[in-house]
Structure formats: C-alpha cells, structure tokens
Write a protein that binds this ligand. Sequence first.
Ligand SMILES: [Zn+2]
Length: 248
Amino acid sequence: MEYTAKALVLKVGRFRESDLWVRLLAPGRGVFTAFAFGGCRSRRRFCGCFDPMNQVQVRVKSDPRGRYLHLSEGRLLACHRRLRSDQARLGMAVNCLKFAEAVQQGPEGSEETYRLLCELLAVMDRPEAVPPVLPLYFRTRMAFAHGFGPELTTCLVCGRGVNDMASPHFAVERGRVVCGSCRTGIGRCLPVFPGTLAALGHLAASAPRQWPNLVLPAAVRGQCGEIVEQFIEYHLGLGQDRGGSGRS
Ligand SMILES: [Zn+2]
C-alpha cells in the first residue's frame, strides 16, 4: 500500500539515532502514526517538515508485510511561526490538537476535524490578538461536529419552544433542552440562559475565522464552558485532563 496525503502533524518523537515517529491527522484517513527513517537528518526527503502543527504533504507506504507505515517523502505546506513563538498561543493550540486527537476515532469525520484544525491554527498565527476563549469554542464545535450535536430549540418532554420555557435547563445526558418543570427523572441538568443556548447554537454552525470577533458576556461564556465540559465528559469520556480545558 502506498499513497500521498495532506496531513497535519500532531506529535513527533525520536527513536534510535536519526529516526522519527510522526503522529498525523489526514482528511479521509483519520489519525495514524508512521515512521520517518532518517527523519532527523534527511533535509532532502523531508525538508525539516515534521514539527507539531505543520501542514504537510507526505508519501505514505506500508512495509511489505503490512506491519507498520513509513513516510518516504514529506513536503511542508504551512507552518505557523508566530503561533509557535508565543507561549500562550502555543499552549492553546497544543490543547486543541490533543483534544482533536482524542475525539477523532477512525476516518469518519476526519475531513471536518482537519479543516477545523487547519483554520484554527491559521487564525492563531495571525498578528491580531488571540482571545483565550478560542479553545472552548473549538471544543464546542468539535463536540457538535461528531454527531453529538445537541438539539437546543424545544423541550425534550413537552415540546415547548425555548422562548416559552420557564427556567430552561440543559439535560447533559440527553443533549437537549428541558423546562425546569419537566426535568424530573431526566438525569443531570444544568440551568441555562436563553443567551447561552443561542451562543451554543451559533458555535455549532460556526467557523474558526469567526471566533476572534465572537464576544460573549462572561456569564454566558461560563455557562457554555460548564455545559460543554460536562457534555464532552459524558458523551466522549474526556475529562479536563485530556485535551485541556476550554475554560477561561
Ligand atoms: Zn417542558
């Protein structure tokens, strides 16, 4: 097996004297690890392209017995110098990469994950300030991109629209909104402002380039963080320790 793919470098490690292993996310293929033999030395074959967060084009081959993948060529498509030289931006980006790697299972949805991550890294690499809330927006968008998109417009019990609901709550396990009076027996519920529901709905359909201009009131941002973290923990099994927290 042999193919050429665009990919994003998630992690790189060294083994033996001059070889590397590279963890990559490729659209349509998902996350995989491949070896770059001589990767520490061969500028001709790899052009120094294996650093985390680089976008690359790679030639991937499996060994004759299909036991492992290796990279025979690599070409750098984009790197992010400004992002890489700024500790705060770097920390945010690394958290987002970790989260994406943990959430992305198999090839399904990998085009979307790749596109979101590439656009997010491009936004973080611009000269403009990067708001620290971006990882929360990314986590929200990613959770919603993976088939867990909550339905946020009607009560899951009585069907009342959110604008007519008294004391709306977010039912974490169901990923739905529920009236305060309908929530008995629904499991874990968090109170939610209509503004928070609107923000979550907006984020679910948004693109990273829009996020630097998205300013949410602190109370709404706090509720979004609480809901998204509990939702991710319940549905994706990821606590705060995996992929970092989006709270800020
Ligand atoms: Zn209801």
